[in-house]
Design a protein around this ligand. Sequence first.
Ligand code: T1G
Length: 698
Amino acid sequence: MTDKIGYTRKGDVAVLRIKNPPVNALSHAVREGLVAGMAQAEADEGVKAVVIVGEGRAFIAGADITEFGKTPLEPFLPDVCKRIEDSPLIVVASMHGVSLGGGLEIALSAHYRVAQPSAKVGLPEVHLGLIPGAGATQRLPRLIGVDPSLDLITSGRQVKAAEAESLGIIDQVTEGDPEDVGVAYADNLIATNAPRRPVSEMAAPAPIDWDAAYGGTLKKGRGQISPAQAVRAVQAAAELPFDEGMLAERKIFMGLMETDQRQGMIHAFFSERAVGNLPELKGVEPRALQSIGIIGGGTMGAGIATAALLAGFNVVLIEMKEDAAEAARGRIAGNLSGALKRGKITQMKYDAMTNTALEVSINYDSLASVDLVIEAVFEDMGVKKDVFGKLDAVCKPGAILASNTSYLDVDEIAASTSRPADVIGLHFFSPAHIMKLLEVVVAEKTAPDVVATGFALGKALNKISVRAGVCDGFIGNRILATYRTAADHMVLDGASPYQIDKALVDFGFAMGPFAVGDLAGLDIGWATRKRKAATRHPAERVPTYPDKICEAGNFGQKTGKGFYIYEAGSRGGVPNPEVSELIAAERAERGITPRDFTDAEIVRRYMAAMVNEAAKVVGEGIAKRPLDVDMVLLFGYGFPRYWGGPMKWADLQGLPALLADIEGYAKEDAWFWEPAPLLKQLVAEGRTFDDLNKQAAK
Ligand code: T1G
C-alpha cells in the first residue's frame, strides 16, 4: 500500500486512514492506497467491517484538482467507489471536517456514514465548472431523492452534519474521535448482523419534470452550463440502470472537463489562493491589530466599521458632529441587524458589537491608542491631507494610517504626514461589509510590514486582497474607465445602451455597464469625467450625452431615472426615451451615421478594451500578475466567474487574435486602442498571461 493510507486492525474492524495533507485530496496515490487497503482488509482473517477515516482536518476535500487537465491515471475515482461498495465487508465512512466532491462520493460508496457534529458535506463540482464525476449524481438521488440531490449538486453548497443527517446522507452524528466513532459504529453493525447496504442497489429515484428543471437551472446559471448538465445526469439515475447511469454521468463529466468554463473556474479557484502569495510578504511579520479607527461614518465608513466589528475588532469611528456620529451609529446598527437576521451573528454578539466594541466620537483624541486608522472621507485631496495631518499628530507611533480613496494619489497623501512608511491605501468596495474585494494600494514609501498588515487585515475581514500600485484608479477603476468608454464609443457609433447591456448580460455579467451606472449613480462617473477634463489627452473621444443625462438631474436609480426609468416598486427599469434622443442628437452633431453592431462585436470590443488596459496595468507593475487583475474583476466588478477573469478569458480566446482585433480597432481610434506593450510582447513570444502567472510563482 502507499504511505498515503494507513492500515490498522481494531478487533473485527479494519481501519483505512487517509494521510494526504493538507486536506486528503484523492490523489492517484490515495486512490491506489484505498483499493489496496480494501483488498488487504478482505484478505485479513476475521475482519468483518472496514472504517474509512481521514487524518488531519478533513475527511476528504475531493478529487485532486492539481491532477485536472493531466492524463487521468487508474484507478479512476468511480472505480475506487465501486471497489469500496462491492466489498463483501461492511464499510463505514467516518467523516469530520469537510467531505466534498469525490470525498462525499467515497462516503456514498460506503454502506454506512457517521460524522462529527462539526462535519460538513458538499458537492462543489459546479464551482469548478464540472458535475460530480464519481457517482454522486447516481447514488445521492437513490439515497435522499431527486429534489434535495439537485439542490446540493447544482448549488455546490456545504451542508452541516445535522442537516445531512436529516436528509438521510449521514446515519449518525456522534461527537468523538472520528476513528473511535467509526469503529464503535461498525462494531454495533457487526453485533446486530446489520446487512451491507450498497446505495447503488437502492430503488431508482422518482422522476420529476426534467426539462423544466433543466431550463430553470440553465437560466439560474446565467451562462454557466454545468449545473444544468447535472440535471441530465440525475435524470439518468431515474431512467437508467445504475451502471448505465454511471456511464451517462461519466460522459457528461468528461465533456465538461474539456470546456473553457472548467478551465476558467479552476483558474479562479487557484488564483484566489495565489493572489495573497507575494514574495515581498514572505517572512514579513504584520503589526499587531486589535483596534481600528475609522474616519467618516458615511456608507463606506459605516460599511468598513461593520466589517471590522464582524471580524472581532474594536472600532473607534470619528465623525465631525454629534448628529453625524449618531447617524453613523445607526448605519452600523442597521448593517449588523442584517447580519443578525441572516443568522451570521447571535443577539449577544450584536449587543457586544454595538455596545462595547464600537465607540463613536467627534474627538480625534479617541484614536490615540488604535493600531490602524482607515480614512473614508470625501474624495478630495485637500480634505484627505487635512485628515492625515490630524491623524499624524494624534495616533501613536507605529499606528498605520490608511486611506480608502478609490483613485487619489496615496504617495501624495503619505507625503502630507511625518510617517510615510506607515501610510497605505485600503480600497474597499461598497457595501464594504459584503463585497469581498480589497485593493491594498502600496505607496512608494509604504513599509513592508505595513503591506503585510494590510493583507492580514484583509484576511481577518475575509476579503480577497489584491496588491495594487499607485495610479489613477489603481487596478479595477482604471480598467473600468476604459471598458466603460469603449461602451460609450459603441453607443456613439450606433449601438444602443440597451443592446450593449443585454449583450453583456448574455456574456455572463449580472448587469450591463449602463444598468450598473444607474445602480451606482451616474453622478459618480460625471464627477470623474469633470475631474479628468483638465488633463485629458486631446485625441480622447469623450461622449457628452452622459453629462447631459446628469445635467437634467437624472442619476439613475437614486433619482428614479437614468439610462432606465424606474417605476416605484418595480425591479428592473425600462429604457429612458430621453437618452435615445440625446444620443441621436450627439451623433448628428458629430456627423456620425450610426451603424449596426452584432452582440458578438459588442462583447469583443468591450472585452478587448478591458484586456488591453489590464495588460497595461500589469506591464506597468500596478498589478503584479495577470491573475491579480482576474481576482479584482471577479470580486469587485461582477465579472462572470466561469471565465476565470478577463486575462484567463483572453488566454482562452487566444492572444494573437485579440491583438489583431485591437490593431484593427486602432485604425479607427489610434489613441484609445493603442495596443498594450505587454500584449504585443507576449504575442511575439508565443506566450500567454497564464505563463506570466506561472513565472511569478517560481
Ligand atoms: N485538490 C487539491 N488541492 C486542494 C484541494 C483539492 N480538492 N482542496 C484544497 N486544496 C489545497 C489548496 O489549493 C490549498 O493549497 C490547501 O489545499 C488548503 O486549501 C470526481 C471531480 C477544502 C474547504 O472543490 O473548497 O471531487 O495553497 O487554502 O480555506 O466528483 O480548499 O496551501 O498550496 O482552501 O481551509 C471537489 C476545494 C473537487 C474542494 C479547505 N472539491 N477545496 O479550505 O484551505 S472536484 C473541491 C476547498 C471533485 C469528483 C470531482 C477548500 C477546503 P495551498 P485552502 P481552507
